[in-house]
Design a protein around this ligand. Structure first.
Ligand SMILES: NC(=O)C1=CN([C@@H]2O[C@H](COP(=O)(O)OP(=O)(O)OC[C@H]3O[C@@H](n4cnc5c(N)ncnc54)[C@H](OP(=O)(O)O)[C@@H]3O)[C@@H](O)[C@H]2O)C=CC1
Ligand SMILES: O=CCS(=O)(=O)O
Length: 252
């Protein structure tokens, strides 16, 4: 029987690229996200290669998360890797100009959503034992502050600390936990962050060489397919052409 991976946010970006990477390696796929038509397209693309189960899932809805996990069909229950990828940034403006709703949406998705899915899948991962993995998508924003990151960066700092704390509690179960923290990667991320501003997205990723979804998918797959005794705690990765900036000073 093939290994089984459960991916949140499989309809775009890293999640969709990860689905293709795991399929290439012969894993069975549980693909989730809110956009049903995208899930159908991906299922059509990959179902000739590997068994695929899709479920429309908003990670913010803890009851639905629980139902989807409980209702996994025979052949998809023994999950070996959970890829907690669903997430988003909103409100690129400074904190003082951001809408409270946008802050709540980031907290509900990036923190509570990730917690909802982890809590629901954890018993299965513990049953799987040695070689099982949780791969959480954090961000460089969880470690490094920058203007306009406010709640987004703070939500990713949660992801890092939750990852480390899970490691402590799961010691002895065989379940590995990793925080993958990418820098700038060209996906639909900036389109979502800017409320659909394609030119802002093109500008951010233009005239440089950002990471691609496939780069992160490769790291996700690598982390989850290492020998069972190896746990990558955190992987921070940037494009070669991205680095940190200087401290900002307010002058007269
Ligand atoms: N691109 C980047 O520069 C970086 C991104 N990240 C993180 O990587 C992860 C993936 O982002 P990326 O692929 O770039 O962005 P995309 O916008 O391309 O993909 C985001 C995915 O998350 C899903 N998603 C969003 N909200 C929800 C929700 N409430 N319930 C379920 N699924 C949801 C979307 O699916 P749907 O809309 O169908 O629900 C989509 O599949 C995110 O956690 C992001 O914060 C981290 C560092 C860098
Ligand atoms: O998480 C995404 C990368 S960044 O926009 O915060 O640099």
């Amino acid at each position: 029987m093939s290994d089984i991976v459960f991916i949140t946010g499989a309809t775009s970006g890293f999640g969709r690229a990860a689905a293709r990477r795991f399929a290439h390696a012969g894993w069975s796929l549980i693909l989730t996200g809110r956009r049903a038509e995208r899930l159908e397209e991906l299922e059509k693309e990959l179902a000739s290669q590997v068994p695929v189960h899709t479920a429309v899932l908003d990670v913010r809805d803890a009851d639905t998360v629980r139902d989807v996990v409980t209702a996994l069909p025979e052949g998809f229950r023994a999950v070996k890797a959970l890829i907690n990828n669903a997430g988003l940034a909103l409100a690129p403006q400074p904190a003082q100009a951001a809408a409270l709703d946008d802050w709540h949406t980031m907290i509900d998705t990036n923190i509570k959503g990730l917690v909802n899915v982890t809590h629901a899948v954890l018993p299965t991962l513990i049953e799987t034992g040695a070689g099982a993995s949780i791969v959480n998508l954090g961000s460089v924003a969880g470690q490094w502050p920058y203007p306009g990151s406010h709640v987004y960066g703070a939500s990713k700092a949660f992801v890092q600390q939750f990852t480390y704390n899970l490691r402590c509690d799961l010691q002895g179960t065989g379940v590995r936990v990793t925080d993958i923290a990418p820098g700038m990667a060209e996906t639909e991320f900036t389109l979502v962050r800017t409320g659909g501003d394609q030119s802002a997205s093109d500008k951010l990723y233009g005239d440089t060489t950002p990471l691609e979804a496939e780069d992160i998918a490769e790291l996700i797959f690598y982390t989850a397919s290492l020998p069972a005794h190896v746990n990558v705690n955190r992987l921070e990765v940037m494009p070669t052409r991205q680095a940190w900036s200087a401290f900002a000073v307010d002058r007269d």
